[in-house]
Design a protein around this ligand. Structure first.
Ligand code: 4AD
Ligand code: MG
Length: 479
């Protein structure tokens, strides 16, 4: 008999029918006559209650039905006697597939800290919290593709190994097959990358944007969705060394079109989560509420589902960097010295404390900041007529800060070359990128959404290490 998934069993009204379920035991309780087994197979946040007659199965077998053990049960679907579920399964046969030594099994049926669960990331898929996050993550991946596909965007796989530094920030992981114990040197005594696998120095990509732009110059609307690597030594709750990014790139879009698309995209994803992940979101919401109880009243965040709806129902505020600086300069925390980084005035790079102040305290809405000083943004952003600012946009979210970074791109060949020289980007090596500005160049724009930052927002989790199955952070590459 084929296994029925527990999510389908719980929705079923086929009382009296015989089914087979398989999964992992969460708990077993009961008395000398009857045992109740809470069974989960990962298909839903909810457990199926299996009712097992002690006389039928014997105490010896039931003793092996421990937390963590895997079992298969054939039984009859019955209306539930207890509350919290409509149906339960009256076991007819019960087989232990894999025993679980409870003395060694680290996951006990009690609340474990998120820090502890990170140390046993190989097992945390078996918890309510992490299985819920994994299902929401999956739904969001699906929603990303469905959004762009419905708009006629073409998904492009951009390279993971690259010889260019897209953001010019130099925070790259090197890829090499050179023998580190015996590095070949050239006449000048420098490392001879001609001897390396690709015949030049290569890295893991920090962004698929530059290649995405090439594709957009023929396909018009494209998006990438791939792994991204940054060797920045930021041990924060919002940075990973390996994360996933979605980067759409659109020909004929100016910055306003770009902002419209970013806002529509984020709202689509949130709506999709509300429509398709309600059980998991409900669970994550109560988890968050529990956690927030320890915080002071004015530091507590909004209830999760309320917060998601709040973003859906509000237009994002759009303002320039210069306007934001004025607000921040005059703000209470700035005057009282409560920011870690004081805002002196124009030119300051915004930290997440400033971004969150604008969103959470000042506007109380998501914010899109535009027109940043060229000095603090990447070389490819389109220069404004003031020659000082660029057509950049950062989308700022409550709890997260920057969730999207993007811009209109510089399509003028001469201006782009000048910016590259100013910022010490090797012009000759980027001949292929510059070619697109020579052959039928068009205005174009794009942005990057940090997928794990989105998940932080949607799941209400506080640490980015908890929304990716196996986080990569400084000094941590376990599993
Ligand atoms: O703002 P960033 O650096 O922009 C780019 O990479 C552009 N090439 C995007 C584009 O225009 N196509 O990164 C984009 C987003 C950030 O807004 C943030 O959400 C996320 O990527 N991000 C990170 N997420 C997790 N860990 C990190 N270390 C991240 N760095 C950036
Ligand atoms: Mg950015």
């Amino acid at each position: 008999m084929r296994r029925t998934k527990i999510t389908d069993v719980l929705k079923s009204d086929a009382i009296g029918s015989e089914i087979v379920v398989k999964g992992w035991v969460r708990t077993r309780r009961g008395n000398k006559q009857v045992n109740f087994i809470a069974l989960n197979d990962g298909s839903t946040i909810h457990n199926l209650q299996v009712v097992a007659d002690v006389e039928v199965f014997g105490e010896e077998l039931l003793r092996r039905v421990t937390t963590g053990a895997s079992i298969a049960v054939r039984g009859e679907l019955a209306p539930s006697q207890g509350t919290g579920q409509n149906v339960e399964l009256l076991a007819r046969t019960l087989e232990v597939i894999g025993d679980c030594d409870v003395n060694e099994y680290p996951l006990q049926p009690k609340k474990h800290s998120l820090e502890f669960l990170r140390e046993i990331a190989h097992l945390r898929f078996r918890t309510n919290t992490f299985s819920a996050i994994a299902r929401v993550r999956h739904a969001m991946i699906f929603a990303v593709h469905s959004f762009f596909s419905s708009k006629g965007f073409v998904n492009i796989h951009t390279p993971i190994i690259t010889a260019s530094d897209a953001e010019g920030a130099g925070e790259m992981f090197q890829v090499t097959t050179l023998d580190l114990e015996n590095i070949p040197r050239n006449e000048e005594g420098k490392i001879d990358f001609k001897e390396d696998f690709f015949g030049k120095a290569t890295n893991l990509t920090v962004s698929g944007q530059l290649e995405g732009e090439l594709a957009a110059m023929g396909l018009a609307d494209i998006y990438t969705f791939g792994p991204t690597f940054r060797a920045e030594n930021s041990n924060t709750s919002r940075h990973l060394a390996e994360f996933w990014m979605i980067e759409p790139e659109m020909a004929f879009y100016d910055l306003n079109d770009n902002m419209d698309l970013a806002e529509e995209f984020l709202k689509y994803l949130i709506q999709y989560a509300l429509d398709n992940c309600s059980d998991d979101l409900q669970f994550l919401s109560s988890r968050l509420e529990e956690e927030e109880k320890n915080k002071k009243a004015d530091e507590r965040s909004m209830e999760l589902i309320e917060k998601l709806k709040f973003v859906l129902n509000n237009e994002f505020i759009r303002l320039t960097y210069s306007e934001a600086i004025e607000i921040l300069k005059e703000s209470k925390p700035n005057k009282k010295g409560q920011f870690k980084y004081q805002i002196e005035g124009y030119g300051a790079d915004l930290q997440s404390e400033h971004e969150r102040y604008l969103v959470e305290k000042h506007f109380k809405k998501p914010v899109i900041l535009t027109d940043y000083p060229k000095e603090i943004k990447a070389f490819y952003m389109k220069l404004n007529d003031d020659n000082k600012t660029v057509r950049a946009m950062d989308v700022l979210f409550p709890q997260i800060g920057e969730i999207i970074g993007g811009s209109q791109r510089e399509e003028n060949y001469d201006k782009l070359v000048a910016r590259m020289q100013e910022m010490h980007i090797p012009v000759e090596e980027m001949w292929w990128y510059l070619d697109t500005r020579k052959f039928g160049a068009v205005p174009h724009s794009g942005f990057g959404l940090g997928f794990e930052r989105l998940l932080l927002f949607v799941t209400g989790m506080g640490n980015i290490r908890d929304v990716i199955p196996f986080p990569r952070t400084p000094k941590n590459a376990e599993f």
